[in-house]
Design a protein around this ligand. Structure first.
Ligand SMILES: [Zn+2]
Ligand SMILES: [Zn+2]
Length: 243
C-alpha cells in the first residue's frame, strides 16, 4: 500500500480524479459482476419478482459512481492536508480490529441516518428514489439521490478523521461495504435455510432483511447488523425471533 500512497501524495488533481474514477467504476463493475454470479446460483430462492431495470436507474447509478469519486478525491485532499492521518505501521491484527471498528461505528451511524431519512420530511423526498424499487435489482444499491451518496461518503470521512486508521483497513472496510450492499440488494436468497437462521441469530443483515425493508419501509433500517433494529424495535415482525 505504501507505493500507492506515494503515488497519491505526488499526484495532481486530474491524476487523483482519474484514479478515483478507475477505483469507483471498478467497485461498480465488481458489484454488478457479483450480483450476476449470485443470480446464477442453482439453489437460490426467489424473494419476489425482480425490479425491472430502467434508463433512470442506469443514469442514477452512474451519478452515484461520480459522487463517490468526488468523495474519494475530497478524502485524498483531506489526507494530503494532514486532516486525515493514516497509520503506516500496522499488523494483521490491527487491520482486522480496524475493519471491525469501522463496521460497528458505521453500522450505528447508518441506522441513525437511514431512520432519519425516513422520518424527516425533506430527507424522505431524497430517499424516495431508492424506494421506487419495491423489489430490488442489480442497480438498486447505486440508485440513490446524490445527497445520500455524498452524505454516506462524508459520514465515512468523518469517522476516519477520528483515528489514524491504515489505508489497508479502510480499503478492506470498503470492500466489505460493497459486498454487503450487493448481497443486501439481491432479490433472492443464496444461503441455505440453516445458515440463514445462524446469520439472523447472529444479528447479521441478509438479502431477506433488506428486501423486507424495500417491501415495508417502516422497518429494518440496519445495513450490516440488525442490532439497532432489535434494540429500537424497528425489526420486521417476521424476524422477531431473537430471545
Ligand atoms: Zn435498499
Ligand atoms: Zn430506506
Amino acid at each position: 500500500m505504501k507505493p500507492i500512497l506515494e503515488i497519491f501524495h505526488h499526484a495532481g488533481f486530474m491524476e487523483i480524479t482519474v484514479y478515483g474514477l478507475i477505483i469507483n467504476f471498478g467497485i461498480y463493475g465488481a458489484s454488478l459482476g457479483l450480483y450476476f454470479l449470485l443470480s446464477r446460483f442453482p439453489w437460490k430462492q426467489e424473494l419476489g419478482e425482480q425490479q425491472p431495470v430502467n434508463r433512470k436507474d442506469v443514469l442514477l447509478s452512474l451519478i452515484t459512481v461520480l459522487c463517490n469519486t468526488v468523495v474519494f478525491v475530497f478524502g485524498v485532499y483531506l489526507w494530503k492536508s494532514g486532516i486525515i492521518r493514516l497509520d503506516k505501521d500496522f499488523g494483521f491484527g490491527q487491520v482486522i480490529l480496524e475493519v471491525l471498528l469501522l463496521t460497528l461505528i458505521m453500522d450505528f451511524l447508518m441506522y441513525v441516518f437511514h431512520r432519519s431519512v425516513h422520518f424527516l420530511r425533506y430527507f424522505r423526498k431524497v430517499h424516495e428514489r431508492h424506494h421506487e424499487h419495491e423489489s430490488t435489482n442489480l442497480l438498486s444499491l447505486f440508485v440513490l439521490h446524490p445527497i445520500e451518496s455524498i452524505g454516506f461518503g462524508l459520514m465515512m470521512l468523518g469517522v476516519i478523521m477520528l483515528f489514524p486508521f491504515s489505508a489497508v483497513g479502510i480499503s478492506l472496510y470498503l470492500v466489505l461495504n460493497s459486498l454487503w450492499g450487493t448481497v443486501g440488494h439481491l432479490n433472492h436468497s443464496v444461503l441455505p435455510q440453516s445458515w440463514l437462521k445462524i446469520a439472523q441469530k447472529g444479528y447479521l443483515c441478509t438479502s431477506e432483511f433488506h428486501y423486507l425493508h424495500h417491501q415495508n419501509p417502516d422497518c429494518n433500517f440496519g445495513f450490516y447488523t440488525s442490532v439497532w433494529d432489535v434494540m429500537f424495535k424497528t425489526i420486521h415482525p417476521s424476524l422477531r425471533t431473537h430471545p
